[in-house]
Ligand binder design. Structure first.
Ligand code: ZN
Length: 310
C-alpha cells in the first residue's frame, strides 16, 4: 500500500482513438500501478467533478457558459486541439475535481497524485493545446478560498511552457510559478512565469538536472509555499513526438526525485498532476508517469533527517 492517495476516475479517458493526445494513458497508468504491485485498489480515490463556482474563480463566466452549452465558435473549438464533446467537459471537470482532491490529500498526508490533470495551457477566457480548463489553478484558488492554504508553488517540467499558469497567476505574490521548458516549442509567445527557464533543443539529462536543481534551490530560497503542485509532463522525453528535449526515462525519474527532495526537505506537501506525454510508444509515456508515482513513494519513505535545502 502507498503512504498517500492516488486520484483517478475512469472517465478521465476520452477515447480519442488515433489522436496524438493519448487520453487512454490515464487508464493504462492506473492499470500498470496495480499490475506492478506499486498500488492497491484501496490507494485510489475517485474525485467529484469541480463545482462551477470553483471553475469560475479562474475562468470567465462567458467561457464556462460556452463550454457547458456547447456554444464555442469554430475558432475557439479548433484552438482546443481536442474534439469538443460533453464527455470532454465531464472529463475536464472531473480532472479539476481530482486536482482539488489531490491538494487536500497532500495537505493531510504530505503527498498525493492526480492520475490526470496538469492542463497548464488553459487560460481564463479560452482553452488551447489540449487544455480546456486549468485544473491546478482551480485547485489552488479553491484551497485558498477554503483557508486551507495561502501560498502555493507550481513547478512545471512539461516540455511546453505553462502559459495558462503564467497568465492566471501573473502578478500574484502568493503563487510562485517555475516553468522549465523547451524554448523553441509551443506556446508562442510565452507570458512570464515567476521564473521561466528556456532550454535549448536537445538538452539531455545532465544539463537538465543541473539547471533544475539550481532553480529549485532558488525557488525554495525565495518562497515558502504551503503546498507545491507539480506539473510532471512526460514530454521532455527524447522519444516524444511533440517535444525536442532529450531526457531518458531514467533522467525523468531523477528529475521527479529532485523536485520531491526539495519539497520534502523544506516540509512542503506535494500534489502531483501529469500533464503532457506524446512518446512514439504510449507505453513509454505510461512508464514515465508511473515513475513519477514511484519517485514520490520513495521520497515519502525518506526520513526527514537531512538538513533543509535552500
Ligand atoms: Zn506538454
Amino acid at each position: 500500500m502507498l503512504p498517500f492517495k492516488l486520484i483517478y476516475h475512469e472517465r478521465y479517458d476520452l477515447n480519442l482513438g488515433a489522436h496524438v493526445f493519448p487520453s487512454q494513458k490515464y487508464r493504462m497508468i492506473h492499470d500498470k500501478l496495480l499490475q506492478d504491485g506499486i498500488a492497491q485498489p484501496e490507494d485510489f480515490l475517485s474525485p467529484e467533478p469541480a463545482r462551477d463556482e470553483d471553475v469560475l474563480r479562474v475562468h470567465s463566466r462567458e467561457y464556462v457558459y460556452k463550454l457547458k452549452t456547447g456554444t464555442l465558435n469554430r475558432t475557439e473549438a479548433l484552438r482546443l486541439e481536442v474534439p469538443y464533446s460533453q464527455k470532454l467537459i465531464e472529463a475536464c471537470w472531473l480532472a479539476a475535481g481530482g486536482s482539488i482532491l489531490a491538494g487536500r490529500q497532500a495537505l493531510n498526508d504530505g503527498w498525493a497524485a492526480n492520475i490526470g490533470g496538469g492542463f497548464h495551457h488553459a487560460c481564463p477566457d479560452h482553452g488551447e493545446g489540449f487544455c480546456v480548463i486549468h485544473d491546478v489553478a482551480i485547485a489552488i484558488r479553491r484551497l485558498q478560498s477554503d483557508g486551507a492554504i495561502r501560498r502555493a508553488m507550481v513547478v512545471d517540467t512539461d516540455v511546453h511552457q505553462g502559459n495558462g499558469t503564467a497568465v492566471i497567476f501573473g502578478g500574484d505574490g502568493d503563487v510562485y510559478t517555475l516553468s522549465l521548458h523547451q524554448e523553441n516549442n509551443y506556446p508562442f509567445p510565452k507570458p512570464p512565469s515567476t521564473v521561466d527557464v528556456d532550454l535549448a533543443d536537445g538538452t539531455g539529462d545532465e544539463p537538465y538536472l543541473a539547471i533544475l536543481e539550481k532553480h529549485l534551490h532558488q525557488a525554495f530560497h525565495d518562497f515558502a509555499p504551503d503546498l507545491l503542485y507539480y506539473v510532471a509532463g512526460a514530454d521532455p522525453y527524447r522519444e516524444d513526438q511533440l517535444g525536442g528535449l532529450a531526457l531518458t526515462i531514467d533522467g525523468l525519474a531523477k528529475r521527479d526525485s529532485l523536485v520531491f527532495d526539495y519539497a520534502r526537505r523544506n516540509d512542503v506537501p506535494v500534489a502531483i498532476t501529469l500533464a503532457g506525454g506524446y512518446a512514439r510508444l504510449v507505453t513509454d509515456t505510461v512508464v514515465i508517469h508511473a515513475g513519477t508515482v514511484i519517485a514520490a513513494r520513495d521520497a515519502a519513505a525518506q526520513k526527514r533527517s537531512t538538513p533543509r535545502l535552500q
